[in-house]
Design a protein around this ligand. Structure first.
Ligand code: MG
Length: 263
């Protein structure tokens, strides 16, 4: 099931996306009563997807991200995969939705795309044992861990380099029908203006999703709607103002954003 968050006529709601873009009438959104973090009912009120504005599929309290979780990406940065996972935060204010602009930050001249599988947490959890990880995941979405690479190199902590406004596009929706086995082998791609830049599989992750959730929740409580970014495959590269960057993950969909100049 694909659960989207969207606005229509100034109201915000969650809905289940049905149908394929290639279908005759196009996909529709069946508005749900309540929110997706508990049992919910579909209202049966269906709106064409083309008539709504998709929003970030969740509003995370925090985005916890993992660095260098693909060996070839670590190598392209001239680094090794660390013994202990590199963990950092992207603030809630960095989150932006599908189709929303990524605003090129004033303090950088080298902004990179990083296509990543995002895990969406479904329930409050801490100290999650490996065998319970599946129970705390609502589903998966696409993420772009937009990074000011020059700032990442020049500052010890990555709060500015990876935490600036609009540096965390998420979407287009949360796919809940993917289990951990399937999530561990999904194609992941990034294109810029239609040209392929990154192409990998989540099977190349050094540490699988279970290990990441165990590691993170050893230290902190995750809340419903929190997001875990699982690292990016090789092929990261620069974005320029005017570029259209798209992250596509097999079985989920495509997250597209345009890079704009700060107005
Ligand atoms: Mg990353």
């Amino acid at each position: 099931m694909r659960i989207a968050r969207f606005s229509i006529d100034g109201n915000v709601a969650f809905g289940v996306v049905e149908g394929e873009p290639s279908g005759q009438d196009g996909p529709v959104v069946d508005i749900i009563k309540g929110h997706p973090f508990a049992d919910f009912e579909r209202s049966g009120q269906k709106i064409p997807l083309s008539k709504v504005r998709l929003l970030p599929p969740v509003l995370p309290n925090k985005v916890v991200a993992i660095g260098r979780n693909y060996r070839e990406h670590a190598a392209e940065l001239g680094q090794e995969v660390p013994d202990v996972p590199v963990t950092f935060f992207k603030p809630s204010t960095s989150v932006t939705g599908p189709g929303d602009p990524v605003v090129y930050p004033s303090f950088s001249s080298e902004v990179h795309h990083e296509a990543e599988l995002a895990v969406v947490i479904g329930r409050m959890c801490r100290e999650v044992p490996r065998e319970r990880v599946k129970d705390v995941i609502l589903g998966y979405t696409c993420a772009n861990d937009i990074t000011a690479r020059d700032v990442q190199r020049s500052e010890d902590q990555w709060a500015r380099a990876k935490g600036f406004d609009t540096s965390c596009p998420l979407g287009p929706w949360v796919e809940t029908d993917i289990d951990l086995t399937r999530a561990a082998d999904l194609g992941i791609m990034c294109t810029v203006n239609g040209e392929q830049r990154q192409l990998g599989r989540t099977s190349e992750m050094v540490r699988p999703i279970e290990d990441l959730i165990v590691h993170i929740t050893e230290a902190m409580t995750l809340l419903p709607g929190d997001v875990v970014l699982t690292g990016t495959p090789a092929g990261v590269g620069p974005l320029s103002v005017g570029d259209e960057v798209a992250v596509t993950i097999e079985g989920i969909g495509t997250l597209t954003n345009k890079v704009i100049k700060r107005g």
